[in-house]
Design a protein around this ligand. Structure first.
Ligand SMILES: [Zn+2]
Length: 164
């Protein structure tokens, strides 16, 4: 068994919920909805909201920018600042971000495809340090239908404290 920290259940639920939100955005976009009411995102769990913004940032896709702008208008200061950051990041270099995200996903899939399960080093999107994604954690994530954690354990911890 791996010795890594087991992801907590609420972390997993948060991950699932943010995926659902993003799917919903995709559906709205596909349906041509240009300005959905973003108030439903206000007063949600802050950690979940930040994770959603991380995921949007990771897609590097500028199709979300109109929604981000609409959301920015109605949310609180801290969230607004993060939304602006994501917009700036997406606008600054869309193609590079998308390529980086695709490369990362590929290398993780490649690493997990091996016949012998093994620990994988992942790079934290926040501090850039590498951390171990143990075989035990991989099984757990896989069972829950998730791919991989994006942050190292200490950044996860730090983030939770910051937004309490
Ligand atoms: Zn980190």
């Amino acid at each position: 068994m791996g010795h890594g920290v087991r992801p907590r259940v609420w972390e997993i639920e948060r991950d699932q919920l943010t995926d659902e939100f993003l799917n919903e955005w995709d559906q709205w976009l596909a349906a041509g909805n240009e300005s959905p009411d973003m108030h439903y995102l206000k007063d949600r769990n802050r950690g979940m909201i930040l994770l959603l913004l991380d995921k949007i940032q990771e897609t590097g896709s500028n199709k979300y920018i109109p929604y981000l702008r609409a959301w920015e208008k109605i949310d609180y200061k801290k969230v607004r600042a993060r939304i602006r950051e994501v917009i700036r990041d997406i606008e600054s270099d869309v193609s590079v971000d998308q390529q980086a995200a695709a490369d990362r996903a590929d290398s993780i899939n490649e690493a997990m495809k091996g016949l012998e399960p093994h620990d994988i080093d992942l790079r934290c999107i926040e501090c850039g340090n590498y951390f171990t994604f143990s075989v035990g954690e991989q099984r757990f994530y896989q069972r829950m239908g998730f791919v991989h954690p994006r942050r190292c354990p200490s950044c996860r911890e730090q983030r939770d404290l910051e937004f309490l």
